[in-house]
Design a protein around this ligand. Structure first.
Ligand code: NDP
Ligand code: MG
Length: 399
């Protein structure tokens, strides 16, 4: 029987890669709904090509434009507004959700799917970073299955024994003979840039990742390595790690996507081309394997693989993320919100590359730790952090 899928963030980099893999298996998957924020032309292409039941545009004006441009014979119904995201995630007809909205905006619809016990393919790392324990507990209560799409977490998941794969969010790593999880990161486009020249790097240079092609926000996060920081926090929740069980290692070639080190000294690694269709196909097909369109590695031409420790002086955002992770939920929610504000300001040319860390740090300085037991409480912290970060951005702009 075919599985009905909703793709949140269908017009983005992960969304388009998901459509590519889904289209290779038309008998296995049927497209229930696709969503975007405001990109009408990309959504029009998707609707004409895949004819999903629903297309959601968060921006109501974009929804009207899309309706006006659809061919007469289209069966797709267009919905507008943010609440429609949760409707097409929680709908009884849906089996699988690809959570690929960028930023904390993805939290509500992803949680809506989690609360209904769906299978959730999780690319939207910010959702887990801002809600951590609440997200994991919601999945445990509803029986929702979380399958990690982020290449590092997908790699670790693939290197776990079956018994641990059944317990995403609450496994005890030492009960499975696991000593440590090793997240790999390439170091991004500025790994060799002299530290005193980082200040002058432009958005275009920051988005020019040496190995991966991705959306703008995650590309900037990769340049600051805050992306690895968000992934560190994501790993802490998905794999229920303690501090000494989680490490980051620089691996510039992006061939090994992450590793699991066992107590007997064995290290399991997952390798592959830097192409997100591999982890996407893995989670779509799980526990079976399905074709992704990606070829295996050619070891005859691969060359050397190298590994080195992180230089935190080059990547201050990564240090902030690791400290926030063990400080508590208010800190990681604050860091994520401040970073979203800072990256948007950097992409608009308002602040310099090195100001991103400065804006994040200043929002964390303003942090008042609070007990967080609801989405409303999380969103209040998120809003407060965005205000603090915006004030800092203004100070930088007018300095
Ligand atoms: P993109 O920027 O390419 O796409 C983002 C998607 O989210 C688009 O469909 C966009 O719609 C939609 N969107 C943006 N803002 C909102 C909003 N406020 N409400 C609803 N929808 C919104 O991002 P990526 O595909 O690169 O990344 C998506 C997520 O996956 C991120 O969390 C990222 O960290 C994670 N990820 C990405 C990887 C990659 O290779 N790209 C790898 C691993 C994880 P529109 O087009 O209309 O603006
Ligand atoms: Mg990743």
């Amino acid at each position: 029987m075919s599985q009905s899928i909703t793709i949140l963030g269908a017009t983005g980099s992960i969304g388009q890669n998901t459509l590519d893999v889904v289209a290779r298996h038309p008998d296995t998957y049927s497209l229930f709904a696709v969503t975007a924020h405001g990109n009408v032309s990309a959504m029009l292409d998707i609707v004409c090509r895949y004819q999903p039941q629903y297309a959601v545009m968060v921006d109501e004006h974009a929804a009207s434009q899309l309706r006006a441009q659809l061919p007469m014979d289209t069966r797709t119904e267009v919905l507008g507004g943010a609440s429609a995201l949760s409707d097409v995630s929680a709908c009884a007809e849906v089996d699988v959700i690809m959570a690929a909205i960028v930023g904390a905006a993805g939290l509500a619809p992803t949680l809506a799917a989690i609360n209904c016990g769906k299978r959730v393919l999780l690319a939207n790392k910010e959702a887990l970073v801002v809600s951590g324990e609440l997200f994991i507990n919601a999945a445990r209560e509803s029986g929702a299955q979380i399958l990690p799409v982020d290449s590092e977490h997908n790699a670790i998941f693939q290197c776990l024994p079956d018994s641990a794969q059944q317990q995403v969010g609450y496994m005890q790593l030492n009960n499975h003979g696991i000593d440590k999880l090793l997240l790999t990161g390439s170091g991004g486009p500025f790994r060799h840039t002299p530290i005193d020249e980082l200040v002058n790097q432009t958005p275009q240079q920051a988005c020019n990742h040496p190995n991966w092609s991705m959306g703008q926000k995650i590309s900037v996060d990769s340049a600051t390595m805050l992306n690895k920081g968000l992934e560190y926090i994501e790993a802490r929740w998905l794999f229920n790690c303690r501090r000494e069980q989680l490490d980051i290692v620089i691996h510039p070639q992006s061939v090994i996507h992450s590793m699991v080190q066992y107590v007997d000294g064995s290290v399991m690694a997952q390798m592959g081309e830097p192409d997100m269709r591999t982890p996407i196909a893995h989670v779509l097909g799980f526990p079976e394997r399905i074709c992704s369109g990606v070829k295996g590695l050619d070891f005859m031409t691969l060359g050397e693989l190298s590994f080195m420790p992180v230089d935190f002086a080059r990547y201050p955002c990564l240090k902030l993320a690791i400290d926030s992770c063990w400080h508590g939920q208010s800190a990681t929610t604050t860091l994520n919100a401040a970073n979203e504000v800072a990256v948007a300001a950097f992409l608009k040319g308002q602040i310099r590359f090195t100001d991103i860390a400065e804006v994040c740090d200043s929002a964390l300085q303003n942090l008042v730790s609070a007990h967080v037991d609801s989405v409303d409480a999380l969103m209040a912290i998120d809003a407060q952090a965005r205000r603090a970060a915006s004030r800092r951005v203004e100070q930088v702009v007018y300095a």
